[in-house]
Design a protein around this ligand. Structure first.
Ligand SMILES: *Cc1c(COP(=O)(O)O)cnc(C)c1O
Length: 569
């Protein structure tokens, strides 16, 4: 839902938190996100809108989206632009601001999109756009494709986001009391703030810093989202000076962002008064990665009404009214009659089976459990763990039949990710006749909702400790779908064996060796026999997922934490 006639003036009346994110999943038909980071940003704003928090978000317009995924005959990913038209969803911003990149003026305009909640005025989102006729043709492309292009392009995108974003907020008249960096991509915003808080050169004695760093630090909060190295952008300083021009105080920048390379995470860490990871385990791991910084934990949550499919939403509406705005009410889901839970699930599963048939022609059986697995296709998520031993998998399926639905995109430049998708399609062919498996193309918000609600079990097999949080399992919980997962990310907190779902392997950091065996054993001896043999026992776990997980791992709780700890310090 969105009001395209909104005026920026409606949002200038009170000071706000500026939430910066390279990607935001604004709506299912707006492809300005690649995965979990963007979906979390969208859920953050949707919860903030429900709660009437004073926020404004800044991101890039990404007119060409991330990409639309097609799978060819050979089971390979083919990437297409995923173009959307901002004018259909948003209004033009009145202001334009200029940056100098590679010695040229780059003008940044943008769009106003409103994340609307039913009751409140909504959260304004500024979609920055360099596709303006005054710009050099190359510069018009900067905001075109999310995570597109090479390192130089990435640096320009991050300069537009961080420095252009701060300038745009100022040009429009926003009064900002906290800048929240959702991941390090936007941390160049600190440079813009430093510039605003710098002294006149004449006032400074040799050896003294020209900047009021404490003032900047007091304005900033930073959320880190991954312990994976490639997730922390680093730029060589010769590239930085080519793109951004001569930096007045390179020595200070190096002190703040790293001696050898400009490390965006380090810059954010050094200039943020409040720093957090996205689950307790992730905060511990981040604290070890970045010694000397206090890394707090705010465990992620998902937006209740966005991630609950219609069958369960109607059930909650009738039995637990108010659950959308106060998801804690779902703690009472364990009192819902079994047959209402099973009926809602059966409807959600039928919807998934329909979608699978429409998209792939594969016909799934409603009387066999569906194992759902959908992830970014990248090595550490181990999409192939389930297929480590095909003979064992076949043997399990002979006694306890099951089916599998898979989905996920690989980043265009992630070769391992592409190979994983090909390998999965090989396994699908190899298991034909024994286990019915299908891969749904173009994993996005719509496919995600269909899968997390229509599966019977949600599988998660990351390499510990690399899954910072994970959120799809939380979405599954809102739909009464229990998780079977490695103990990493949020599952360390949400897992209660046999009550909310099941663990794969033990809770030991780095002990990933026997995960495939542990997965097969748990499937064969616990999960599948319960599904086939004890319907009431199974429904009890479904209720546990709702009442013990969904009631807690939601974005309303998450935003109360950010408000009280990061914003209103
Ligand atoms: C929720 C979601 C994700 C993130 O899920 P993880 O569990 O963190 O892997 C990624 N992509 C889409 C489309 C989603 O909806």
């Amino acid at each position: 839902m969105n009001n395209i006639h909104a005026s920026i003036d409606d949002y200038l009346l009170r000071p706000r938190v500026a939430y910066f994110s390279m990607e935001i999943a604004l709506a299912p038909d707006i492809p300005t996100y690649s995965g979990g980071l963007g979906v979390l940003a969208g859920d953050t704003l949707r919860a903030a809108a429900d709660m009437a928090l004073p926020m404004v978000a800044v991101t890039l317009v990404s007119r060409g989206g991330y990409f639309r995924q097609e799978i060819d005959e050979a089971g390979r990913q083919v990437e297409h632009p995923d173009i959307w038209e901002p004018a259909h969803h948003a209004t033009h911003l009145k202001a334009t601001v200029a940056l100098t990149l590679e010695g040229r003026d780059v003008w940044v305009g943008g769009w106003l999109y409103i994340v609307q909640s039913l009751a409140n005025r909504g959260i304004p989102v500024l979609l920055l756009d360099t596709d303006l006729p005054v710009n050099h043709p190359d510069d018009r492309q900067i905001t075109y494709q999310l995570y597109g292009g090479d390192t130089r392009m990435r640096l320009k995108q991050e300069a537009v986001l961080g420095m252009g974003g701060v300038a745009m907020l100022q040009a429009l008249g926003f009064d900002i009391f906290t800048y929240h960096m959702n991941e390090g991509h936007s941390s160049l915003l600190t440079m813009a703030l430093i510039k605003r808080h710098s002294f006149d050169r004449a006032d400074v004695r040799p050896g003294e810093c020209r900047f009021e760093l404490p003032k900047v630090r007091d304005l900033c909060a930073f959320t880190t989202h991954t312990p994976v190295d490639a997730g922390h952008d680093q730029f060589p300083y010769d590239l930085v000076t080519t793109v951004l021009g001569d930096i007045p105080d390179l020595a200070t920048l190096k002190m703040l962002a790293g001696e050898d390379k400009l490390n965006m995470t380090r810059l954010a860490l050094n200039l943020s008064e409040y720093v957090n990871g996205v689950a307790k385990r992730h905060a511990e791991v981040s604290g070890r990665m970045f010694p000397g910084y206090a890394v707090h934990a705010v465990t992620n949550g998902v937006h209740a009404s966005t991630w609950t499919a219609e069958p369960f939403a109607s059930l909650y509406d009738s039995q637990l009214p108010g659950w959308c705005h106060e998801p804690e009410l779902l703690i009472r889901a364990d009192r819902l009659p079994d047959e209402t839970i099973w009926k809602a699930h059966t409807r959600a599963k039928a919807d998934l089976i329909d979608k699978v048939r429409t998209l792939t022609g594969v016909v799934m059986d409603p009387d066999k459990p569906i194992i759902g697995f959908a992830r970014r296709m990248t090595a550490y998520k181990r999409a192939d763990l389930l297929f480590s031993d095909l003979e064992r998998l076949k043997a399990i399926a002979r006694h306890h039949p099951f089916q599998i639905v898979l989905a996920g995109k690989a980043h265009p430049r992630d070769d391992m990710g592409h190979q994983l998708i090909e390998a999965l399609h090989r396994h699908i062919r190899e298991l034909a006749g024994s286990v019915s498996i299908t891969f749904l193309p173009n994993y996005d918000m719509n496919v995600a909702l269909a899968m997390v609600s229509g599966a019977d079990v949600w599988l998660n097999t990351p390499l510990r400790p690399l899954e910072a949080s994970g959120t799809s399992g939380m979405k599954a919980a809102f739909n009464g779908v229990p998780q079977l997962s490695v103990l990493d990310g949020w599952w360390v907190e949400g897992w209660e064996e046999g009550l909310t779902g099941w663990a794969i392997g033990e809770d030991k950091l780095q002990a990933n060796g026997n995960d495939a065996l542990a997965l097969y054993d748990k499937l064969e001896h616990v999960v599948l026999p319960l599904w086939h043999g004890d319907r009431a026992g199974w429904i009890a776990v479904m209720k546990g997922a709702i009442s013990r997980n969904a009631a807690f791992f939601n974005s309303h709780r998450m935003m109360r934490r950010y408000a009280s700890e990061a914003y209103l310090r």
